[in-house]
Ligand binder design. Structure first.
Ligand SMILES: [Zn+2]
Ligand SMILES: [Zn+2]
Length: 273
């Protein structure tokens, strides 16, 4: 598989609270690694928008992404995006942002349940199995609502809590216990005409799997899903494109022949070659 075709649709710059490098430096790294295209998708957490000054973060990310796009003349192609967290917890704020900044691409993510902290802070060891089941059910229901709202372009890292519950705390979670809930999420994705992300960051974390994993991607295809985006969730220039070829191979195994990128919020299908 040609490395020239690598497209990374989920990356973070220093304009994310957990990012490290400038958009310009990220583009240098992408060009050096031979990436064809990348999307900058810095965090904007809608549920804590005011307290954490996301208006400023969002504008800074947006304009620095545009500047990097202008400087690199299509090598790599730069999509100006955002990772919109918890959009459905405050729809007016989310809509105002999307009407103000004209992104190419919007990832919709859920990092926490309403009023709770990020799943990375979940006290897994002091939570019963029934407690975990309830959290996962609520999580999938929030993902379903986000997909049904449909004003994002892709659903980011579905099954994110497992990164901590299974990956970092070694707790077993059988996704077959949530087949109804997961199917409802995937049907909402398809009904809204949006995409599903294969997030490859988990391949390099303790969970050792893409998010979501192969069985969920296969189910999405089985239900009629057609639009897949792939992203590394890189927070360092050196991590750009990590796991993308593995994610592409997984997509192929599940029956996908094309990847999707978004420009001006419109899907463009790119054959996987
Ligand atoms: Zn995220
Ligand atoms: Zn991210």
């Amino acid at each position: 598989m040609s490395y020239q075709r690598i497209i990374d649709m989920h990356t973070h710059t220093a304009n994310s609270f957990d990012g490290n490098h400038s958009a310009m430096y990220m583009c240098e790294c992408a060009a050096r690694a031979g990436l064809r295209a990348l999307a900058f998708t810095d965090h904007v957490e809608i549920d804590i928008f005011e307290q954490h000054e996301f208006n400023r973060w969002a504008r800074q990310s947006y304009f620095e992404s545009i500047k990097a796009r202008a400087a690199f003349l299509g090598k790599p192609i730069v999509y100006v995006g955002v990772e919109l967290g918890e959009a459905t917890y405050d729809v007016p704020t989310a809509e105002k942002l999307l009407n103000t900044l004209h992104y190419d691409f919007v990832i919709g993510s859920i990092h926490n349940l309403p009023g709770e902290e990020d799943f990375c802070f979940l006290d897994v060891d002091n939570t019963t199995d029934a407690g975990i089941r309830e959290i996962m059910r609520q999580y999938f229901e929030e993902e379903r609502k986000l997909a049904a709202w449909g004003k994002v372009d892709t659903i980011g890292h579905l099954t994110y809590p497992l990164r901590y519950i299974c990956g970092e705390h070694g707790r077993k979670v059988d996704l077959r216990d949530y087949s109804t809930e997961i199917e409802a999420v995937l049907k909402a994705v398809i009904h809204s005409g949006i995409a599903l992300e294969i997030n490859t960051s988990g391949l390099f974390q303790q969970i050792q799997s893409t998010m979501p994993g192969e069985e969920v991607i296969a189910l999405y295809r089985h239900l009629g899903g057609e639009l897949i985006t792939i992203g590394s969730d890189a927070h360092y220039g050196e991590h750009l494109g990590r796991g993308i070829t593995t994610g592409m191979a997984l997509a192929r195994r599940c029956g996908f022949g094309k990847l999707t990128v978004f420009q001006d919020r419109e899907p463009i299908q790119i054959p996987m070659e």
